[in-house]
Design a protein around this ligand. Structure first.
Ligand code: BEZ
Ligand code: FE
Length: 315
């Protein structure tokens, strides 16, 4: 494709046009454009894998529809390529700007919706996020996963059940969260492991642990995705949440969060991860109120939340 400087390009419209008004092009121009779409789609006709053929042909059709509908300028094409190139440059084994882009475009959440159709009362899924780490420490029932991370202590408890209501003993819960400053342990330059752990449900399917009351925090926004959000007047802030991944033999692994009822960002989570059913009541307790398990709170106030989990059967 030519760059704008090679061929100065007159924009089709000088003012932004609503997307639903179809551009008027001559029948001859429309035929040329459609002919190109047809030829590119046909170029994938012999793709060995039927699924890859379906994906590529649908992708080509949607991309061309986009280009034709918005009458994409060459300058805009070039800006988009520069943006994706920057996403590539900032991506490494710790930072994944393409996943972040998918997240803020709602594509991650849409993919989750498509793949996790609601089954009965099964707990809703939401985005995985970039801060899960394999090999978290194990804690026992009523154990503390904060490992010194700053924040208000929060007791989390519930029961894991299957769709028939039977408790699931031995289910593995991975839990991770940001500290009071909105940072996960892996975002610090030291090697700390904090505010993350795994534990198992007891014979009655119950679990309980101590974590931190979640706070809102921004997704990484010092790169191209952050600039995009700024240009769109969007906030990078995620609604306060606590991550869970719950697995048990014969049941579908659940990746989800719980959100704090009353958090200001529930209706504008930067990655569209909030589901109403995942918004929970985090009850505040004064320092004078003793917790049920006698946990040492060092004179601090605390919170508690109940989160019962229902796992769907594995496919
Ligand atoms: C998170 O919740 O940790 C997260 C999710 C998506 C993008 C960035 C962060
Ligand atoms: Fe998170």
């Amino acid at each position: 494709m030519n760059t704008p400087s090679d061929h100065p390009h007159e924009p089709f419209h000088s003012t932004p046009r609503p997307l639903d008004s179809a551009p008027s092009v001559s029948p001859e121009q429309a035929r040329r454009e459609q002919d190109l779409v047809d030829r590119v789609v046909a170029s994938f006709d012999n793709t060995g894998s039927p699924r890859l053929r379906q994906l590529m042909q649908a992708l080509v059709q949607h991309l061309h529809t986009f280009v034709r509908e918005v009458r994409l300028t060459e300058q805009e094409w070039s800006t988009a390529v520069g943006f994706l190139t920057e996403c590539g440059h900032i991506t490494d084994d710790k930072r994944q700007e393409f996943v972040l882009l998918s997240d803020v475009l709602g594509v991650s959440m849409q993919t989750i919706a498509v793949n996790n159709e609601a089954i009965g009362d099964a707990t809703a899924s939401t985005v995985f996020g970039p801060f899960f780490v394999e090999g978290s420490p194990r804690i026992e029932t009523d154990g503390d996963l904060t490992f010194g991370a700053k924040g208000q202590p929060c007791r989390v408890q519930g029961t894991v059940r299957d769709l028939t209501g039977r408790p699931v003993p031995g289910a593995r819960l991975e839990v991770w969260e940001a500290d009071e400053d909105g940072l996960y342990d892996v975002q610090y330059r030291d090697e700390r492991v904090a505010a993350r752990a795994h534990l198992f449900t007891g014979d009655d399917g119950r679990y309980s642990f101590w974590g931190l009351t979640p706070n809102p925090y921004p997704i990484p926004h010092d790169g191209p995705v952050g600039r995009l959000l700024e240009a769109a007047g969007r906030s990078p802030i995620r609604a306060s949440h606590l991550h869970f991944m719950v697995s048990a033999p014969g049941l579908r692994t659940l990746v989800t969060h719980i959100f704090v009822d009353g958090c200001d960002y529930l209706d504008r989570d930067s990655v569209f991860g909030v589901e109403d059913s995942l918004v929970k009541d985090f009850v505040q307790h004064s320092a004078q109120e003793p917790p049920p398990d006698g946990h040492d709170l060092a004179g601090r106030s605390w919170a508690s939340v109940d989160f019962d989990i229902v796992l769907a059967p594995a496919e």
